[in-house]
Design a protein around this ligand. Sequence first.
Ligand code: ARG
Length: 437
Amino acid sequence: MKLWGGRFIEKESRLMEDFNSSLSFDKRLCYEDIMGSIAHVKMLAKCSILTKEESVTIVNGLNSILLDIQEGKLKIEGDYEDIHSFMEIQLTKLVGDVGKKLHTARSRNDQVAVDMRLYSKHKAAEVIDNLDVILCTIEKVGTFNAVIMPGYTHMQRAQVVTFKQHIMAYYSMLRRDKKRLISAIEIMDENPLGCCALAGTTYDTDRSFTTSELGFKKPVDNFMDGVSDRDYLLELLSSFSIIMMHFSRLSEELVLWSTKEFDFIEISDEFSTGSSIMPQKRNPDAAELIRGKTGRVYGDLMSLLTTMKGIPLAYNKDMQEDKEPFFDAVDTVLKCIKVMNKMLSSLKIKSHNMHSAVKRGFLNATEAADYLACKGMAFRDAHGVIGSIVLHCEQVHTAIEDLNLEELKSFSELFNGDVYEFIDYENTLSRGIKKEM
Ligand code: ARG
């Protein structure tokens, strides 16, 4: 069933009908489609383009369709080109010919544009809410686990940090992700309804009315842009990709830390899986899947960027390809935030192992060099002296702080008893952290 056909002689090929139809995936816009239509019809009545009675009949009809869908009485399926055709045809079936007036002064081009803006704005807000939840979790996990651990550069033990510092780095990343989404919503918050196909309408419509009915900040400035702009989706997809990139880095650390080689954490049974052959295995599948799904969200971004790059103004059917990647990305990102949140909440931190890794890693070597520099040696020379001490310690399997003063003095006369306090891990850490926030 179609909304068009008058100018055609032959029937559309069945193959083309299937190829063209977006109903199987744009059915998720049903709520936004109805809300857009209700605002449109109310506006038509306000502008005396429809009568009050006509608009009430149509609005009631649309609300009853929505209720039937929500209650499962009406299934969104069948031979329809898209959700917009489905709704208009259902409406006409329900309320009769007056339903055919719904599309006055509107095109599916501005209709789909407003549906997608409403849907994606609402979904972006849902992602923000979920980010808020995981931000709380990270803060809690950090606060309860302010234990010392090695900090790494080049994946080599570098200096002492705390687990809290480490995990709070992700807090900072995700807080920026949240800001990025807030800004994307702010930029996209414009109403394309009323642009019609590309050039507006000869009817005297009121775009400010639908703008406030639908909760947008303002109507779009340019009609041709309004129906063919998808950069708000690209901005959201790129923010989702950055979130996934951050999650992927965290997942990578969770996978590494849960190896027997690191043994810094234990991912709970709830988020681990076993092997069908190796009975001893406990695999960090949740973290691996989040890392893996990052590629999928990047793919969604690349897919839409590529779709959009060659499209002349204004609407072209290529743009129907915006939906599946966006839906896929937003579903994936929401699922990953939820899984990551639960996985972090149930994480066991093995503080003893983190502490002994600090001890084995010469993580106070920089501070030991600082000590000599404080005593008057040039830092470069101090660096050389401590380097020789580390070499010696490695040969005799000891740590800098475990050498006695006499041994230390054999490398430099500047060493005194106060060195031990200076290079104590907790002390070096608190001196460093003081400058962090
Ligand atoms: N299903 C279409 C889409 O998602 C709706 C707009 C159709 N417009 C048109 N002129 N054929 O883009």
